[in-house]
Write a protein that binds this ligand. Structure first.
Ligand code: KG4
Ligand code: ZN
Length: 346
């Protein structure tokens, strides 16, 4: 089945055409994946400005969809779209486009939860493990661990109590005067740097649950730098500071992911979301899963960050499970992970 996926929840306007076979085992092939990034528009502000994002989506949506559709003459049989969580003004642009296309082509529309789509993105590697599996989603807005039993049964096991992991990368980078978004910059700078230069606290390591906390670490980095500066001391090179931050941020994430899979008796782990591009996280996860005898599936970096293909993939799975959205479907900026999609029709 040919599926068009549309994603506009934050600062990328994305559209993808996927060929999906929903018979067991699923197969998804992304025939196209267009991502129009707004990073330049937002970088002057050091973060995403909602009004600028919505206006940029309005400009980019039609060209992005047109380009995604160029790969074939065939008309998609399904339109999948992110309905939330995300910025209301941004979500509305993708939802309006998806409704117009579903109506024009007389094909079904299926709304998708953005964070759940990140958990299913490894499907695009053709290697999604059988249900149930442990999903780690680490992005700019979300950080969570969940047991995925199926598209309608996702059990939240732990999540951040404050900042998301990507948000912590972005805030630390901003404080140090590094460009936005901070994640990729810190990833690159940290390679070969001394991650033991400063011993930052590993938060929630012994909390006895699977939750995370990242705002204390961000504050610890700021306090350390301010203190050394005010005392006239000498800071290590910025690469060593960010590598030390990264080590403290990633250690609890990797440890808890493996511990959660073991405690919940799961043998397969997947990781998605923008921070799953991070080379240090990928290496640490691979090593830890290997040691624990767990199978790990990581999306290729281009499919970890926001994209339309993950929306098409989960949309097809939800469609196969009987979900449909009406042309009166709404957006849900605060949609919770694992909650039913409001207004869904079976
Ligand atoms: O999934 P995503 O594209 O959008 C959200 O749903 O939030 O994730 C964006 C986040 C940003 O915080 C960005 O800094 C982070 O992912 N990120 C990275 C890397 N690439 C993107 N963080 C660490 N290392 C990377 N290589
Ligand atoms: Zn995302």
């Amino acid at each position: 089945m040919l599926v068009l996926g549309i994603e506009t929840s934050c600062d990328e306007t994305a559209a993808s055409l996927c060929e999906v076979d929903v018979t067991d085992p699923w197969r998804v092939e992304a025939l196209s994946s267009v991502v129009a990034s707004q990073i330049e528009e937002h970088s002057a502000y050091g973060g995403v400005v909602p009004e600028i994002a919505a206006r940029a989506h309005v400009e980019a949506i039609a060209p992005a969809v047109a380009q995604a559709l160029e790969v074939t003459e065939r008309t998609p049989a399904l339109v999948a779209v992110t309905a939330g969580p995300g910025l209301a003004g941004s979500l509305i642009v993708g939802m309006a486009a998806a409704k117009a296309l579903a109506w024009a082509w007389s094909v079904p529309l299926v709304a998708v939860n953005h964070v759940e789509a990140h958990a299913y993105a490894p499907l695009l590697e053709g290697t999604l493990p059988a249900h149930p599996f442990m999903a780690l989603v680490v992005s700019g807005g979300h950080t969570l661990l969940a047991e995925v039993r199926g598209p309608d049964e996702m059990v939240l096991i732990g999540q951040t109590l404050d900042d998301a992991l990507g948000e912590a990368y972005d805030k630390v980078a901003k404080f140090l005067g590094l460009p936005y978004p901070g994640g990729p910059v810190i990833d690159k700078l940290s390679k070969g740097a001394d991650a033991a230069a400063i011993r930052f606290p590993r938060a929630m390591m012994g909390s006895g649950d699977f939750n995370f906390s990242l705002s204390g670490l961000k504050t610890a980095v700021i306090r350390h730098v301010d203190k050394v500066n005010s005392e006239g001391g000498e800071l290590p090179p910025v690469a060593d500071i960010v590598a030390s931050f990264q080590a403290a941020a990633l250690e609890p994430v990797v440890r808890k992911t493996v511990a959660a899979a073991e405690e919940w008796g799961l043998t397969d782990v997947v990781a998605g979301g923008g921070v799953a591009c991070n080379s240090e996280l990928r290496e640490r996860l691979a090593r830890a899963c290997d040691k624990a005898g767990l199978r790990l599936v990581l999306s290729q970096p281009g499919l970890c960050t926001d994209n339309g293909a993950m929306v098409a993939a989960l949309g097809a799975i939800r469609h196969a499970a009987g979900h449909r959205s009406g042309l009166d479907a709404d957006v849900h900026p605060n949609l919770r992970f694992g909650s039913p999609m409001p207004g869904d029709r079976f």
